[in-house]
Unconditional design. Structure first.
Length: 410
């Protein structure tokens, strides 16, 4: 297992809300799948939370309108993979359609009802995966692991939720254990996150099936398979659900709480905005589909100078060509840093650090140098963690090279 320590923000940045954009641009993508059918068409009036698009696979995954208003058509916006993507555009009518929220007792749900609710409310993994949550729960399960390890070093939105919505997160965790007949739930947190541990321990007292597990402050400790190994001592080569384990991040747990308790579709999420080129850093609750440029303006704008945006952290994320990026369900953070000038050619020093850092024991240096027969280096095992690029003293973008090699052997 990797031992690389990543410096993380010590305390969460201030919290703000930006919930009334003039337009939203809903990216038509679910867990990398862009084969999405739009159900709403131009000139349709839609309500907040209404189903407007769905995927075509066996498990239909829904995209719900994040604001109410008029569908004005389709447009292309940047997605966090740095490519333009088709989006459904809704113009806000600024009418509050949610009103008073009706409440449902969580333990009244049957397994089938809970699965349907997760699907209807469009709940997907909010830690960067976008994986449909109902698909994970449609299995025989014994253990729920709540992943509070927040891998993205730029993000502090999970920390915000633990400190401010702890009771809600524990309530839904306990309810899911009951609804799905599981034996236990384990909340995994970094040993060094003292404040979070203290907070969780304070509220955990009354829940007999919930417990805390500490993991080291190493970057890949939050990677699903490594987390299962550390917390349950189970070697998990495929999906954790094959070992009767379901893993959800903190933000996903909170979205599940809102969906099951208040019938609230996934229409918003918290994104961490940070970096030295922003006038203000904050965790911002925003509607899915809001243009990032608008949120940055709301935070006071940029500082003077050339800048670049990094979406979802410096290790697993991407630098984005433009702030014409929109908030998607899998966007955890946006960091704005000074632009790096194209520098001198990056030469490998044969230090071997990339090999030492790789959690799945690949040789990024060899993959970087190869021009053919990539399969001998097993690039398909890469988990995209970005540690090789992060650690390389020559700043070679090894992760990109390994991803390209992976593409070559498909
Ligand atoms: S090769 Fe892949 S798995 Fe290994 S360190 Fe690089 S990005 Fe991570
Ligand atoms: S870390 Fe960078 S410099 Fe060191 S061996 Fe790997 S590619 Fe070469």
């Amino acid at each position: 297992m990797s031992r690389v320590l990543i410096k993380k923000q010590v305390s969460p940045t201030p919290y703000k809300e930006y919930l009334n954009p003039k337009h939203v641009y809903l990216p038509l993508i679910i867990n990398g799948d862009t084969d999405i059918t739009a159900l709403a068409k131009k000139e349709d009036m839609v309500e907040e939370g209404e189903l407007v698009a769905k995927s075509k696979g066996n498990w239909r995954v829904f995209i719900n309108a994040s604001i109410g208003g008029k569908v004005t058509g389709f447009s292309e916006k940047y997605y966090l993979n740095n490519q333009k993507l088709k989006c459904l555009v809704i113009e806000n009518d600024f009418v509050d359609q949610i009103g008073e929220k009706s409440e449902k007792k969580l333990t009244d749900y049957t397994k089938e009802q809970a699965l349907k609710k997760m699907q209807d409310m469009g709940i997907v993994g909010l830690s960067g995966s976008g994986f449909p949550t109902a698909v994970k729960y449609d299995n025989q399960l014994d253990t729920l692991i709540v992943n509070a390890v927040e891998s993205d070093p730029d993000a502090s939105n999970d920390a915000y939720l633990i400190l401010n919505k702890c009771e809600e997160i524990l309530e839904i965790t306990d309810a899911l254990v009951e609804i799905f007949g599981m034996k236990e739930a384990i909340i995994a947190v970094k040993k060094t996150d003292v404040e979070l541990k203290k907070h969780l321990n304070y509220y955990l007292g009354t829940y007999i099936k919930l417990k805390l597990a500490e993991v080291p402050n190493t970057y890949t400790a939050g990677w699903e398979k490594e987390l299962v190994q550390r917390v349950k001592k189970i070697n998990c080569k495929t999906f954790p659900t094959n070992k009767k384990i379901v893993v959800n991040g903190v933000a996903t747990m909170y979205a599940l709480y809102e969906a099951l308790k208040y019938n609230q579709a996934l229409t918003s999420r918290i994104v961490t905005f940070s970096g030295p080129m922003l006038k203000e850093n904050a965790n911002v609750l925003v509607k899915i589909g809001t243009p990032v440029s608008e949120i940055i303006e709301f935070l006071g704008g940029y500082l003077e100078g050339d800048k670049m945006l990094i979406a979802n952290g410096p290790l697993m994320g991407n630098s984005i060509a433009s702030d014409d990026l929109v908030v998607s369900s899998d966007l955890t953070s946006v960091r704005v840093v000074p632009a790096i000038a194209e520098s001198i050619p990056k030469v490998c020093m044969r230090c071997g650090e990339c090999v030492n850092a790789c959690p799945v024991k690949l040789s990024p240096v060899l993959i970087n140098e190869a021009t053919e027969n990539f399969e001998q280096f097993n690039p398909d095992r890469c988990i995209g963690c970005g540690l090789c690029s992060y650690i390389c003293p020559s700043q070679i973008n090894l992760r990109k090279k390994v991803e390209q090699a992976k593409g070559e052997i498909k």
